[in-house]
Design a protein around this ligand. Structure first.
Ligand code: NAP
Length: 337
């Protein structure tokens, strides 16, 4: 079996470390692996299987002989380094926002639109974490019933904003409990014991960039450029797992049991829906479960074919690292490397 040379760019970050873990868990066929980060981390060692990998910076030629480069180093780094990686011969799978809405670049959730990988020109975009978990559910509903309108409200974990954001929430929590002064650096407001109805910056239309990412990326992935969809994104003080409340208006009528069994049968989705026994998905469940977890499924009686439901998934894994590794696996299985 062929083995591949990999690079992980942003290997010291939250998503990068998760990528390394997942490569081991899934026994990815690796010949050689390079771990790349900023100058601040150069020379540090990262444990990987039985090796200690030295963190390097992205110097000229670093991607020569690399088959696949998994990027999780932010938009600016991706814009600078992905073209270099492509020129030096690697296929880039990028977790940032840099290329997602570029028409020539596939934006892929393997369970939903793996077919789009066929047109890749060496750069592939991984969608936003909140988008990934939502489209996993919307795809089977769209296929069976058609989508008329989608309203999503998110309850997003602080790890979605990177390592510094998690550290800030933990520091603030300690300070709050000791009745000490709370300081904000990463977030504009206190995040410990609070909810912030702003993720990313505001745009001219009063939506945040995160909200518009969910809207535009969903339309691109589902190939429904005119889908009626609106989003409100809120940061809450949980560490892992983004929660989403979805209100969906379907085009055709449905029976609630048939709809639930469709959810159950869909790939990598799990229905946890026994509210009378206190069983519904919790954000903490996503620490040990890679599926998209769906519950509280019920008819919205204010609409003709409406449903309300709640879903959650691990933002660092299915929302980023796992989805990127699945894309790499898909490229290999379909001889697209
Ligand atoms: P993070 O914890 O802040 O990590 C950022 C990584 O980028 C670190 O390894 C950092 O290295 C590296 N980096 C910074 N400047 C660099 C440079 N010039 N060259 C090479 N590497 C550089 O952030 P994260 O949460 O892992 O997120 C990474 C990316 O994934 C972002 O684009 C984010 O939007 C996206 N994403 C994140 C999530 C999530 O849930 N967190 C989900 C989906 C997508 P140092 O340690 O040396 O600074």
């Amino acid at each position: 079996m062929r083995k591949y040379n990999l690079a992980v760019v942003g290997a010291t970050g939250l998503v990068g470390r998760e990528i390394l873990k997942i490569l081991v868990e899934r026994d990815f066929p690796i010949k050689k692996i390079k771990v790349i980060a900023s100058e601040n981390s150069a020379g540090k060692k990262i444990e990987f299987k039985d090796q200690k990998l030295e963190v390097i910076t992205a110097t000229k030629g670093v991607f020569k002989e690399i088959d696949i480069a998994l990027f999780s180093a932010g938009t600016e780094v991706a814009k600078k380094l992905a073209p270099q990686a492509k020129k030096e011969g690697a296929i880039v799978i990028d977790n940032s926002n840099a290329f997602r809405m570029d028409k020539k670049i596939p934006l892929v959730v393997p369970e939903v639109n793996a077919v789009d990988l066929k047109i890749h020109q060496k750069i592939i975009a991984n969608p936003n974490c909140s988008t990934i978990q939502m489209v996993m559910l919307l795809k089977p509903l769209a296929q069976k019933y058609g989508l008329k309108r989608v309203v999503v409200n998110t309850y997003q974990a602080v790890s979605g904003a990177g390592k510094k954001a998690v550290d800030e929430m933990l520091e603030q929590t300690k300070a709050y409990l000791k009745e000490e002064k709370i300081e904000n650096k990463h977030f504009k407001h206190q995040i410990a014991f609070n909810a912030i109805p702003q993720i990313d910056t505001f745009m001219d239309n009063d939506y945040t960039k995160e909200e518009m990412k969910m809207i535009n990326e969903t339309r691109k992935i589902l190939a429904k450029p005119k889908l009626a969809i609106t989003a409100t994104c809120v940061r809450i003080p949980v560490i892992f797992g983004h929660g989403e409340v979805l209100n969906i208006e379907l085009k055709s009528s449905y029976k609630i049991e048939a709809l639930k069994s469709l959810i159950k049968k869909s790939p990598n989705i799990e229905l946890i829906d026994d509210p009378l026994n206190y069983r519904y998905p919790l954000q903490t469940d996503t620490e040990t479960n890679d599926n998209v977890l769906v519950g509280r499924v019920r008819r919205d009686n204010s609409l003709k074919n409406g449903i309300n439901l709640w879903l959650t998934a691990n933002n660092l894994r299915k929302g980023a690292a796992l989805n990127a590794v699945q894309i790499a696996e898909n490229l290999i299985t379909n001889n697209l490397v």
